[in-house]
Design a protein around this ligand. Structure first.
Ligand code: GLC
Ligand code: CA
Length: 564
């Protein structure tokens, strides 16, 4: 567990200060946003599935953590073919998670606590249980109902070959055949048919959905696979051999990733966001070439886009430095603010990634995929090193201008669960890609709140994904009053960040060792991270917080310190 050095005490925020922060239309520019994966956060009725009342009951915890906003992963009615990213109805709450009244109670309580709510919206595809898709299946070829999706005839003499050889992101073909012989496109699971964004009705219906939630007080939206909505389906469709990889496409010509027309959609969304006071915000999930990210983040578009560059970086000061410099410059030129993220519901937790051996001589990226495939056996995971480095990079991130996105459980230093039994797995990536991809369930295991007891305090029943024995040691209860815990460290870092963060200015300070990154923010707030193995000297000043204890006044390896 973490050890914290903390020497200066923060100023408590007054009610007036709190209310100013809540009203600020630019609140999102430097927000700490905490992602809740609702089924795995807190279960209020003991059915093993986290729910909205569970979230409401834990608002005191979110307040004590000190986050500015919650990003709620999908909570809509869903068969959970893809953890809720298969939406049956965009304007309701999954009965397994609660009701619209529970939603209203939750958002009211969050706002009362000064916490904003960002709702996940999934516009690329509906679920196959959505009323529109059911109507499409029941309607003839060429009908208006089919035209809300992407239906095509197959190739070959009987049309029994798919319209193209494209693969779905989760493995297997991207086309599924239906009863009358037509095929529909699904870039993800077959339970997630892609919508046709050339269709006016589709466009208008999403505007209705954005207003529906904005009217209920939602402060912003996280836009799922924002870079896939508009597609060029002109025939003949290119073969997959002619398509580049998703992230390589930086020319806007790929038939489904990152096409230029998608920004017309978001310009329309922006108009809706600006109908509200303060304007609703949005952040794009867009796995696009770094050079094209700014289009999604533009003030006439969604306003912010996730930047996954640090998430993909290795333990390497040079990579960190370049990524930070580039992204801050990009944000400045687009008028957005940068975003930073190390963990979310789609990737191996960063405490684990940083505890795996660094691949390649230059410290290439370590995504943990091979380790997961081995059930967590190979290569050996160094838990302590992983937690230590994860704290160091998280503290660095929390000192950067821009928004920091945190994933539930990272404040506990939680590791990925690698050894879930096959029969417990839920991720479609596992089922569609047997033997190649084990899926993302290991970061979605319900949180441990207490050291022992039924599902470690997650709820009074079990947990929908089984928690391992070692989860108890990471529980909130265990860390709550421990001044040296990971949780105490996060609380302190978030508290200081709120106090110290003013203008978005940032400047590198040159260090003798290239393995030490040092930058300064307004007010003389300095952040120094040691990526090297030898202890490094610190600049003069008062140490406010360090991610691991200092050694004789020096900054040890794998450690970040803030000074003023
Ligand atoms: C996004 C989500 C992921 C989901 C996919 C399909 O990448 O983050 O969890 O599986 O979209 O909706
Ligand atoms: Ca429940």
């Amino acid at each position: 567990m973490a050890t914290v050095t903390s020497t200066a005490s923060p100023q408590v925020q007054s009610a007036a200060e709190l209310s100013t922060r809540v009203q600020d239309p630019l609140w999102w520019r430097q927000a700490a946003v905490y992602q809740i994966y609702p089924r795995s956060f807190a279960d209020s009725n003991g059915d093993g599935i986290g729910d909205l009342q569970g979230i409401t009951s834990r608002i005191p915890y979110l307040s004590s953590l000190g986050v500015d906003a919650v990003w709620l992963s999908p909570f809509y009615p869903s068969a959970l073919a893809d953890g809720g990213y298969d939406v049956d109805d965009y304007r309701d709450v999954d009965p397994k998670l609660g009701t619209l009244e529970d939603f209203d109670a939750m958002i009211t309580a969050l706002h009362r606590a000064g916490i904003k709510l960002v709702a996940d919206i999934v516009p690329n595809h509906t679920s196959n249980r959505h009323a529109w898709f059911q109507e499409a299946l029941a309607s003839p070829k060429g009908s208006a109902a089919r035209n809300r999706y992407i239906f095509r005839d197959g190739r070959g003499p009987n049309g029994d070959e798919p319209p193209s050889d494209w693969d779905s992101v989760f493995g297997g073909p991207a086309w599924e055949r239906i009863g009358d012989g037509q095929w529909y496109l699904h870039l993800f699971a077959k339970e997630q048919p892609d919508l046709n964004w050339d269709n006016r009705e589709v466009r208008n219906d999403f505007l209705t959905t954005l207003r529906f939630w904005s009217d209920r007080g939602v402060d912003g939206f996280r836009v799922d696979v924002a870079h896939a909505l508009t597609k060029d389906m002109t025939e003949p469709l290119p073969s997959k051999a002619d398509l580049g990889a998703e992230s390589d496409n930086n020319n806007g010509l790929h038939p489904f990733w990152d096409r230029d027309e998608v920004h017309e959609v978001f310009a329309q969304w922006r108009k809706v966001f600006n109908e509200y006071t303060p304007p609703r915000t949005a952040v794009a999930e867009a796995w696009v070439h770094a050079d094209r990210r700014a289009r999604y983040a533009s003030p006439t578009g969604l306003g912010q886009a996730f930047n996954f560059d640090l998430l993909k970086a290795g333990w390497n000061s040079g990579q960190f430095r370049d990524i930070i410099t580039k992204n801050l410059a990009e944000a400045k030129s687009s008028g957005a603010s940068s975003t930073w993220v190390f963990s979310n519901h789609d990737v191996v937790r960063h405490a684990t990634r940083y505890g795996l051996p660094v691949p390649g001589p230059a410290g290439g990226s370590q995504d943990g995929a091979a380790w997961l495939m081995s059930g967590g056996k190979e290569p050996a995971l160094d838990h302590t090193l992983g937690e230590r480095r994860a704290r160091a990079v998280s503290q660095l991130m929390l000192a950067l201008p821009g928004s920091a996105y945190l994933f539930q459980g990272e404040e506990l230093g939680l590791h990925e669960v690698a050894d879930l039994a096959d029969e417990h797995r839920q991720d479609p990536a596992f089922f569609r890609n047997r033997g190649v991809d084990i899926g993302r369930d290991g970061c979605r295991v319900p949180l441990p709140w207490t050291r022992t007891g039924s599902s470690f305090g997650f709820g009074s029943g079990g947990a929908h994904l089984p928690q391992p024995e070692w989860f108890g040691a990471y529980a909130v209860e265990v860390q709550e009053d421990d001044p040296a815990s990971n949780l105490t460290f996060y609380r302190r870092a978030l508290e200081l960040r709120r106090e110290l963060q003013t203008e978005e200015n940032f400047e590198w300070v040159e260090e003798i060792s290239p393995e030490v990154l040092h930058f300064i923010r307004p007010g003389g707030w300095r952040c120094v991270t040691n990526f090297g193995s030898a202890p490094a000297a610190l600049p003069p000043g008062t140490v406010l917080l360090a991610s691991s204890p200092l050694q004789n006044g020096l900054l040890p390896a794998d450690t970040t310190a803030w000074l003023i």
